[in-house]
Design a binder for this molecule. Structure first.
Ligand SMILES: [Ca+2]
Length: 162
């Protein structure tokens, strides 16, 4: 028996942007495609660690996050439409420990940076004003000890209009 041929047209699904009920002006970072992204090894991951496992920071699991490998630069062209950016960062593997550091730039200006973080460092929260920021750039660095197993993630991160 010959399988029935699909005669319709196939369209690429639109990027789905899901707004939380009652919070129409908030978008999760893991629902946004970056405009530019480079990282030290592998590919950008959504809600997964760079090794495709779940995201853990200092033993705590995070369901929502953007996983990558330091050193990295991730650019979002926001067009000045958001006022606040918040989330949590951390190193996401303990296979090999080592330092990583996180920085957030708005239109080239440093807005926030983390301490040097190791595998045992609990996720560090940030909440910064980004009024009128056109280009949001998330940066991770290797710290002082090279890039080996520098798995990192930006977790529960969201942009709010306000
Ligand atoms: Ca390192």
């Amino acid at each position: 028996m010959v399988a029935q041929q699909f005669a319709g047209t196939v369209s690429k699904p639109a990027l789905s942007i899901i707004y939380e009920t009652g919070r129409p002006n908030t978008i999760q970072l893991n629902q946004l495609e970056p405009d530019e992204h480079v990282q030290g090894w592998g590919n950008l991951k959504y809600n997964k660690n760079i090794d495709d496992g779940d995201i853990y920071i200092a033993g705590k699991k995070y369901a929502s996050g953007v996983g990558m490998h330091a050193p990295s630069q991730t650019v979002y062209n926001l067009g000045g439409q958001y006022g606040q950016f918040s989330g949590l960062v951390g190193r996401t593997t303990a296979i090999v420990d080592g330092e990583v550091q996180f920085m957030i730039y708005g239109d080239g200006k440093l807005l926030w940076k983390s301490t040097l973080m190791k595998a045992s460092t609990a996720a560090l929260a940030f909440s910064i004003g980004i009024n009128n920021v056109q280009e949001l750039k998330l940066v991770t660095t290797e710290g002082t000890d090279g890039t080996r197993y520098d798995h990192v993630a930006w977790c529960e991160a969201e942009l709010r209009e306000e």
